[in-house]
Design a protein around this ligand. Structure first.
Ligand SMILES: [Zn+2]
Length: 228
């Protein structure tokens, strides 16, 4: 118990912690939401296979942006409506962060393949599941009070799992960015030095073709003139 509290003291200020089984959880209300939201979202992405899909549709992006902006307003104490609100803000942050780290990493790994085929798009079912998950996480915050009976060990295990999954997703995203950059450099995209080369060649080629055409027309001209 003390060991975990010590470990999480490096990641969290540990003020305003929920008390479960007579002991404070090792993270604050907001961080409990962050790690629980990341753990639930990571489990959903893995079990549903949604992590293999491409980037989400505009409607999901808009929902995510709205959730993140609201959570940021809560995080900066612009809006502070109490413990349940802090838990909701954490849950939304964890959900959106996990979703974009995993989908972003998977997308960049996909783009780094030798032959890039289109990723399977988000289906209507995926979109409904994502929205239902976001709503379910909000309800989880409301149900946390009655769910305290699950115990200190359970909630600390959820926090530890979420932190480990978030760290794994962050590492995967970092590796994906590095791999994508190295592949992009090899392919000459999107760097201008190599992408400008074909244009120069095209111009030179165009010049060669026009000069060849001019020569040809000059060589064709005499017979035409002599015909008249
Ligand atoms: Zn915290």
């Amino acid at each position: 118990m003390d060991c975990l509290t010590d470990i999480f003291s490096h990641l969290c200020g540990q003020d305003r912690c929920f008390v479960v089984d007579g002991a404070a959880l090792p993270v604050c209300q907001r961080c409990l939401g962050l790690y629980a939201g990341a753990a639930v979202t990571g489990a959903w992405l893995a079990m549903s296979g949604t992590w293999r899909r491409g980037l989400p549709s505009r409607s999901i992006v808009l929902v995510n942006v709205a959730m993140l902006l609201t959570a940021m307003a809560g995080g900066m104490h612009a809006i502070d409506l109490g413990p349940m609100w802090r838990l909701i803000c954490g849950l939304w942050t964890g959900h959106v962060t996990m979703l974009w780290l995993v989908l972003g990493a998977a997308h960049l790994f996909h783009l780094s393949r030798a032959v890039v085929r289109p990723q399977p798009p988000w289906t209507r079912r995926d979109r409904l599941q994502a929205v239902a998950l976001a709503a379910g996480l909000t309800m989880l915050a409301a149900a946390f009070g009655p769910l305290r009976w699950l115990g200190w060990d359970f909630w600390t295990a959820v926090v530890s799992l979420g932190a480990a999954m978030l760290l794994g997703a962050l590492l995967a995203a970092t590796v994906a960015v590095a791999v994508w950059f190295s592949h992009a450099a090899l392919r000459g995209f999107p760097f201008s030095r190599t992408s400008a080369a074909p244009e120069k060649l095209t111009d030179r080629k165009r010049h060669q073709v026009s000069s060849q055409n001019a020569k040809r027309s000059r060589s064709v001209e005499p017979p035409t003139m002599s015909a008249h």
